[in-house]
Design a protein around this ligand. Structure first.
Ligand code: FAD
Ligand code: DLZ
Ligand code: SF4
Length: 509
């Protein structure tokens, strides 16, 4: 007989390892273990979501005739790791082989390939994860020999490969990209739709109790937990998004509004990342809505670009560059993470809003992650490992393969521009353009050097000035440095003074 290990982010009935099994004689193992639940201080929502979804998935497999050995979380069991559980099951059942689908994170992957076969003393067969559009091999073939890797060109290739939003060889609407129509500020209309509410069973509630008891020192609380934990719930979330929020997704993709956590975003990343939804089906749902004239092209294209483009691209970069990628620090940053990233307490309204979302919902939409909390960390020169650990901890959708390139590459520009040709650094002006946050902030976005000036403003110029050697030859930065050079000397000096003061007093902002 064979054993198959199914991980907490592999909750798809068509996961490749199940295809190798015989329902009548083979055994599936699933395990809630300390090491996975604690390798970083995951937000309580993430642990609750994964444990509920794992239990529901195991029940569904059993109902479908599979034999499943399910290891429930226990605080004092000697089985601390996935290997501990698999080894104990193997001792009882004497399988001839362990089969699994390759895991998403390098940390565990490395542990499996370097230790498990020797420890278990049986062959360990690792199958590729075909839930992605682009295999690791396909990505490295695409990347090989290119001077520069750019998401836009990868995305076009993926559109051609999949035929999504294609008219023969031409992109639908004769353009690959409708980004310029996707930058509207939201002024209260159309009204933001309410989200579907998911029902939880008594067994799910037992998981919530477990998380509250054993993980109370992890970020967040479960008060507002509302994530899909079954495939049926995830399909409902997809349908609700396509009907009610996708029509405006494109227009307001970058917009932020006071006290509104979700805007027109899909909230599908948690379901995609743990396997309850497949990337292909969500892209096809968006494409069908466009073909049925229910959503405009800029919405369907904008959404498909995120899933078919960015999501696949960052995974490709991760596996191409790991393990070295994680220790990149191209800008030489070493500052510790300000305490307000954990407490959420700051007078900067934009940051407070992003933290409120983060701690209440284990969620923040992309522009909050990139242009608010990410931008601040970049301008303040936080050490990449500190900020990466934070993003990995606080979001319900966080997995190293997707979080790391986004944080280390896109936000911190620590990979020397592999992920983005210029840093996503911005002053308060950008935040003011895309949100109504500044109106309700104790800082003034209009000024830079006063005591109550928006911290982003002087920190922006300090960032540009201190990294001039790094960016001087980047043609996309020419305008920035021209503006800097055109500033009066006393203005520059005042900006540097204010920024230096802020950098010394970050925790008081
Ligand atoms: P939507 O805005 O509705 O987008 C649709 C889908 O596109 C998402 O569900 C997601 O699957 C995909 N997507 C969008 N942008 C990206 C991107 N840049 N990279 C990969 N996929 C993308 N996403 C994660 O899934 N896990 C993470 O750990 C994660 N960490 C991030 C850290 C930082 C610093 C930044 C800037 C972005 C990060 N993202 C991460 C990407 C993105 O912010 C989230 O995917 C998105 O906010 C999830 O919300 P949503 O489902 O409502 O997305
Ligand atoms: C995220 C997570 C958590 C919190 N717990 C478990 C677990 O107890 N058992 C498990 O199999 N998977 C868990 N996961 C998901 C894993 O961390 C994920 O499968 C690996 O990091 C590989 O991507
Ligand atoms: Fe954020 Fe500055 Fe605007 Fe305040 S003024 S909300 S700190 S951008």
């Amino acid at each position: 007989m064979k054993l198959a290990l199914v991980l907490g982010d592999q909750l798809s009935t068509d996961i490749s390892c199940l295809g190798e099994l015989n329902k009548n004689k083979d055994l599936i193992v699933m395990a809630e273990v300390n090491d996975e639940a604690r390798y970083v201080k995951h937000h309580q929502h993430k642990i609750a979501l994964i444990f509920c979804a794992m239990r529901r998935f195991a029940n569904a497999l059993q109902a479908d005739g599979w034999q499943v050995h399910y290891h429930y979380f226990s605080a004092d069991t000697p089985y601390r790791s996935l290997l501990d559980v698999v080894a104990a099951v193997a001792e009882d059942h004497h399988p001839e082989e362990l089969v699994m689908t390759e895991c998403g994170e390098y940390r565990l992957h490395h542990n499996i390939v370097s230790n498990w076969q020797r420890t278990l003393n049986i062959p360990v067969t690792i199958l590729s994860d075909d839930r992605f559009f682009c295999s690791k091999q396909r990505f490295s073939d695409w990347a090989r020999g290119r001077k520069q890797l750019r998401m836009e060109y990868f995305y076009r290739e993926m559109r051609r490969d999949t035929g999504l939003l294609m008219n023969g060889k031409q992109p639908e609407g004769d353009s690959w990209n409708f980004d310029s129509s996707n930058r509207r500020r939201y002024r209260g209309s159309p009204a933001l739709p309410t989200l579907p509410k998911f029902e939880y069973s008594d067994n799910d509630r037992a998981v919530f109790d477990l998380v509250e008891k054993h993980f109370h020192d992890h970020p967040g609380t479960l008060t507002k937990f509302n994530w899909p934990v079954t495939r049926t719930q995830a399909l409902r979330a997809l349908d609700d998004f396509v009907r009610h929020r996708l029509p405006c997704f494109g227009d307001f993709q970058d917009a932020m509004t006071q006290s509104e956590s979700f805007m027109f975003h899909s909230l599908l990343s948690t379901s995609l990342n743990c396997g309850l939804l497949a990337p292909r089906e969500v892209c096809e749902a968006a494409q069908s809505a466009y073909q049925d004239n229910k959503v405009p092209l800029n919405a369907a294209e904008g959404f498909i670009r995120q899933v078919l483009g960015w999501r696949e691209y960052v995974r490709g970069i991760y596996w191409l560059m790991m393990p070295g990628y994680a220790s990149n620090n191209g800008l030489g940053n070493s500052r510790g993470l300000p305490a307000f990233y954990w407490s959420g307490e700051t007078d900067m309204n934009c940051m407070r809003e992003a933290f409120n979302n983060t701690f209440e919902h284990a969620y923040a939409h992309h522009i909050q992650r990139l242009m608010v909390t990410g931008n601040f960390a970049l301008l303040a020169g936080v050490a990449p490992t500190d900020i990466c650990d934070w993003y990995l901890a606080v979001y319900a959708d966080a997995y190293d393969w997707v979080e790391l390139p986004n944080t280390l590459g896109m936000v911190m520009h620590a990979d020397d521009g592999l992920l983005g040709s210029k840093p996503y650094a911005a002053s308060g002006n950008y935040i003011n353009k895309m949100s109504d946050y500044c109106k309700q902030c104790r800082y003034s976005v209009k000024t830079s050097t006063e005591q109550d000036s928006c911290p982003f403003n002087s920190l922006y110029w300090h960032f540009m000035s201190r990294h001039r050697d790094h960016f001087d030859r980047n043609p996309r930065m020419t305008m920035v440095y021209r503006s800097y050079d055109n500033m009066a000397a006393d203005k520059k000096q005042a900006l540097m003074q204010r920024a230096t003061y802020l950098l010394k007093n970050l925790d008081s902002l």
